[in-house]
Design a protein around this ligand. Sequence first.
Ligand code: ZN
Length: 327
Amino acid sequence: MLKWLDVLKFANNGNPEPDRRVEKTDEEWKALLTPEQYRITREKGTERAHSSEMCNLFEPGRYACVCCETPLFDSEEKFQSGTGWPSFTQPIKENAVAYHKDRGFGMYRIETVCNTCDAHLGHVFQDGPPPSGLRYCINAVAMKKLETNMRKATFGGGCFWCTEAIFQRLKGVTEVKSGYSGGKVNNPTYREVTSGLTGHAEAVEITYNKDEISFEDILRIHLTTHDPTTLNRQGADRGTQYRSIIFYRNDEEREAAMSVIKEVQTAYDDMIVTDLQMFESFFEAEGYHQDYYNQNTGKPYCQIVINPKLEKFKALYADKLKLEEPA
Ligand SMILES: [Zn+2]
């Protein structure tokens, strides 16, 4: 992981070798780029703050140089900086971005450029979040998001230990994180969420390949492996943090959720009370909550509460299970 001292070293002593180089004349770049892309990337321009929706885009995927299409950043390292420019804590590879001293506008800053084609990207600052402490402040115009079949889905159905254990075993799901969503404060602790005062629900955020499993199937599985008819309660767990909830990221997902709820309703005598809410943020829970079932299989809660849910899931969706149990 790059730190500020590495950035200074590159800016002072020379940049790492790129995997390849792309060189074109100004005329060739002009023919390839829009005038705004040309102004920013080839003439060191800066776009207006808050001028791009890319600032608020946190879907999985990679961001490539708009000039040469070399991947520069991954959404995993993207964060909400509030500055009005897309911000990252780290480049995708150590040699993807190059650094130059910039003494323009009476400031001393470190400019970032694409190491493959020298496109101006933006600047890097030492006030980013841990662990790198870096903030790559990048013009959205200088990048293009590469298409990906990976998607994220966030939902809650009572204790996240249960939900996590189920979705870890579902084919097409590559990652499951336990955390908190739908509340009013940032980075809540488990204690705060348990108080019910922060408004968060215990939730899981899964990363899945949409070519292997659909959003609709994920919701179907979610709604049939917990009880979506009990308000703010799953079994013995009571409180708003245990509410049944689905977070949608766009209108399409909202409509999909409504139609799956309608479909699954026929399987329940009582009304489904699952809440639908626009996704805003997801905060990962403390480390000891992650991978809980696999790490604590012998504990009474896992044996008594989670095992029956897992058995139900495996019986209902045998064709959708991963071939191997997660270790
Ligand atoms: Zn480039």
